[in-house]
Design a protein around this ligand. Structure first.
Ligand SMILES: Nc1nc2c(ncn2[C@@H]2O[C@H](COP(=O)(O)OP(=O)(O)O)[C@@H](O)[C@H]2O)c(=O)[nH]1
Ligand SMILES: [Mg+2]
Length: 223
């Protein structure tokens, strides 16, 4: 568990980059991990391999070495039935920190953040529960003036109690800064909560008797 990890010199944090298809998640991750911009990503690897593709990257924050396990999740996953999704992915989907990536020029992708957060919170229960931290990153993919859109995104992020940064995978703008800020905030948050009472289900073999609410994303796809 991440809480115990503060007693050792290096820890593992799971970072999930999520958001609608085509907003630049793969480009974002490749830029951060490999320091280069490429659009050459094998599509939908999780589908073929039935697991998340993890990219590993080490960072040092406040003198602590952090091994990041970075995963990408997009709404293709929710085209599976709920049963298949829950059988294969639930533990993997509970991350220590989430970057919600959206296309700053696409309002729909900005406003999907509520659905995505709700969706992830459905999985963040039981023994694997985490004190996760979220950030919003708006991708400036097109050549245009983003000042008005950035103001709107900042307001949305404030309402969602998340930090916001405008990023660009092609130029590299704010990519490292966004990840390192989120990692530092996650460490601070997890330290602050490490003495909280454990989830009552954490020590139980029985799972909570709650029915998960239907996925808002799944509902979207049924339309
Ligand atoms: N100009 C520009 N285009 C980008 C950038 N990042 C992504 N793109 C474009 O967006 C497309 C989709 O990116 P991808 O990372 O595959 O999106 P994903 O579906 O969210 O993983 C890419 O093929 C690029 O054409 C960027 O920083 N600048
Ligand atoms: Mg992708």
């Amino acid at each position: 568990m991440a809480v115990e990890a503060f007693e050792v010199e290096s820890i593992v944090l799971k970072l999930m980059v999520i958001g609608d298809g085509g907003v630049g998640k793969s480009c974002f991750i490749t830029r951060f991990v490999e320091g280069k911009y490429t659009t050459d990503h094998p599509p939908s690897q999780w589908k073929r391999e039935h697991r998340f593709q993890k990219k590993l990257h080490q960072v040092v924050v406040d003198g602590i070495t952090i091994n990041l396990e970075i995963m990408e999740l997009n709404d293709e996953l929710f085209r599976l039935t709920d049963v298949a999704t829950e059988a294969i992915y639930p533990d993997a989907m509970i991350a220590d920190c989430y970057i919600y990536l959206f296309d700053l020029a696409n309002k729909e992708s900005l406003h999907s953040v509520g659905n995505w957060k709700h969706e992830m919170e459905r999985y963040n229960v039981g023994p694997h529960r985490k004190h996760s931290v979220w950030m919003m990153a708006g991708h400036t993919i097109k050549e245009q003036d983003y000042s008005i859109l950035i103001t709107q995104a900042e307001a949305k992020a404030k309402a969602m109690k998340m930090k916001f940064m405008a990023v660009n995978a092609r130029s590299g703008e704010n990519i490292d800064k966004a990840v390192l800020t989120l990692v530092a905030d996650t460490m601070t948050h997890q330290k602050a909560h490490c003495n909280d009472p454990v989830d009552p289900w954490a020590t139980s073999d029985t799972q909570p008797p709650v029915e998960r609410a239907p996925s808002p994303l799944a509902v979207t796809h049924e339309k």
